[in-house]
Design a protein around this ligand. Structure first.
Ligand code: MF3
Ligand code: CO
Ligand code: CO
Length: 255
């Protein structure tokens, strides 16, 4: 395939798709409360994307995925399927939103702590955020993906957490998942050298326990093998002439 370089016109469309994905996360935040079902969160997001944004929820029917968003609670690492299960005090949940607008994708996810937080839930959520942020802030022309993966892995392991190996970040554009693969672990001075116009996600999955995962029989839900908590944050990023632009950063937020 090769890694695509986006044109200025493509980048403008990526900015719009990224902003819409960020808007969905902002919109859903107040609904994340004890007693709400993840199916309800899915339905609210779905209606907002279709009716308000006139965007397409990319997960729906993507390789057979049955819902419009992913909701990954506690020991679920990623690709959790919204269901009738209710959220409860102290749960941690990742909500992953991908929209398509004008043929381009915007992909972002965030952690929410439900009701009364736990120390461990808060700690893991913070470390996972720091891992993502450390990776994003390294983005600039000339740096290599292995440098970024190494820095992310080092931060997780320094805090006695682990990085999931089986799932990674990805190039993004007209396709949901494009080249390159963006590993959240690795070695300095290895891998792809970044160039202006590349767009890719950084989305480290960080476990409180061991890094190993297993796939549930529904063939989507990924959980930690040791049932330890897992957390993840995700942004879609552009390599600029002198650094990076976070395409899914909401204007009210800072990294
Ligand atoms: N949004 C996920 C990612 O960050 C992919 C979800 S695939 C789905 O790459 F089919 F589960 F939606
Ligand atoms: Co992604
Ligand atoms: Co995502």
């Amino acid at each position: 395939m090769g890694v695509s370089i986006k044109s200025p016109q493509d980048i403008e469309k990526m900015r719009i798709a990224g902003r819409l994905a960020a808007d969905v996360l902002k919109m859903i935040a107040p609904y994340v409360k004890p007693g709400v079902t993840t199916q309800r969160l899915n339905d609210i997001c779905h209606d907002y994307m279709i009716n308000e944004q006139k965007s397409i929820p990319a997960p729906l029917d993507y390789r057979g995925f049955p819902r419009s968003i992913c909701t990954s609670v506690n020991h679920v690492v990623c690709h959790g399927i919204p269901s009738d299960k209710k959220l409860k005090d102290g749960d941690i949940i990742n909500i992953d939103i991908t929209v398509i607008k004008d043929d381009f994708h915007g992909d972002t996810s965030a952690m929410f702590i439900v009701g009364k937080s736990t120390i461990q839930g808060e700690r893991l959520t913070r470390i996972a955020y720091e891992c993502m942020k450390i990776g994003i802030e390294m983005i600039k022309p000339g740096i290599r993906l292995g440098d970024i993966g190494y820095a992310i892995q080092s931060h997780a392991e320094k805090n006695n957490c682990s990085i999931v190996r089986e799932y990674c970040g990805h190039g993004i554009g007209k396709m949901f998942h494009e080249d390159p693969q963006v590993l959240h672990y690795g070695n300095p001075d290895t891998g792809l050298t970044l160039k202006p116009g590349m767009t890719f996600t950084i989305e480290p999955m960080v476990n409180l326990g061991k890094r190993n995962v297993k796939l549930l029989p529904d063939e989507w839900t990924v959980v930690t093998k040791d049932h330890s908590l897992s957390a993840q944050w995700e942004h879609t990023n552009l390599v600029t002439e002198d650094g990076f632009e976070v395409l899914t950063l909401h204007p009210d937020d800072r990294l």
